[in-house]
Write a protein that binds this ligand. Structure first.
Ligand SMILES: Cc1ncc(COP(=O)(O)O)c(C=O)c1O
Length: 307
């Protein structure tokens, strides 16, 4: 994956600060215990200028993550949207990745975190394809992870909290070590849940399925967009329980995520998915999704925010 390309400014609590000045103390609560709510958002360089995809929905999810962890964020959706636009403009960015973070800084020594200030940062930088060049066409080789997703009501997996991503890192690192590009996690009951940083869709016997929201996965904003696109294309998708073995008999499988966009899965555990390449349903959805985010079709759902 591409390294971070430094920008000039980062938004911090109402002001733009220099990129290199966005520093945390070693003993910040977020460093000690992972208390950082974050988002991953993409801005696309469209024919009408830079436009951020589903910015409002990402900021709503960020606020929900803070509410779940009882972090007293005082910015509302509109303030966070405006701050993001300001950051992109100040850095003269076009296509970029935005990583808002609301975290507990330095102060408290213990878990209760009294005295650690809540700090909000919005960094943005230039960024390309997440799963490597060619992944969007050829697909990726995935494995079912030996690491399960957390049980519901352990970590609130509908929240996007940094500490919870230790689970995703275990999955991703194991997959890469074993020669795969991505991992698919199963829930504590053994049903298909999600990838390390993406949701999953399965075409099985000609019908489209995605795991239901069962407390083991993130409600992806790309997945939500794709569900609408599936309807727009005159197809249906059913959120349901997906046994692992459906993956091995699937006609097509694809991942969705802000970073991964719509990425076909070419094989699971070395079993080719369908013909082992991007299938026609995935191709149709991917094409519409990319055209939408890249501003090549009208914004019929009001998903693009002009910078
Ligand atoms: C664990 C996990 N699942 C799913 C997703 C996809 O979510 P979205 O489409 O909102 O980017 C992400 C990415 O943020 C993720 O980290």
């Amino acid at each position: 994956m591409a390294p971070i390309t430094k920008s000039e400014f980062i938004w911090k609590d109402g002001a733009l600060i220099k990129w290199d000045d966005a520093q945390l103390h070693l003993l910040a609560t977020a460093v000690q215990f992972g208390t950082s709510m974050f988002e991953g958002i993409r801005c696309y360089d469209t024919p009408d200028g830079p436009q951020v995809f589903r910015l409002v929905d990402h900021m709503r999810r960020l606020i929900d993550s803070c509410r779940t962890y009882r972090l007293p964020l005082t910015y509302d959706v509109d303030a966070l949207v405006q701050a993001t636009r300001e950051t992109i403009r100040a850095n003269k960015l076009k296509g970029c990745y935005i990583r808002p973070m609301v975290l507990l800084g330095y102060g408290a020594a213990g878990l209760e975190a009294d005295g650690s200030p809540l700090e909000t940062y919005i960094p943005a930088w230039e960024w390309g394809t997440y799963l490597g060049a060619g992944a969007l066409e050829a697909g990726v080789h995935a494995c079912v992870s030996s690491w399960q997703r957390a049980h519901p009501n352990t970590y609130p997996l509908m929240a996007k909290a940094a500490g919870q991503y230790l689970s995703s890192q275990l999955m991703k690192w194991e997959a890469k070590r074993n020669g795969y590009q991505e991992a698919i996690g199963v829930s504590p009951t053994g049903l298909v849940s999600e990838g390390s940083g993406m949701n999953i869709f399965v075409v099985w016997r000609g019908k489209l399925y995605t795991p239901e929201l069962d407390g083991t996965l993130l409600p992806g904003i790309t997945a939500d967009s794709v569900m609408q696109i599936i309807k727009d294309l005159g197809m249906t998708v059913e959120p349901r329980q997906i046994p692992r073995e459906m993956l091995y008999g699937a006609d097509e499988i694809f991942f969705t995520g802000t970073a991964a966009e719509v990425t076909p899965v070419a094989s699971v555990d070395k079993v080719p998915v369908g013909a082992g390449k991007r299938g026609p349903i995935t191709a149709a959805i991917q094409e519409r999704y990319l055209a939408y985010v890249q501003g090549k079709v009208a914004d019929t759902h009001g998903w693009r925010t002009v910078v």
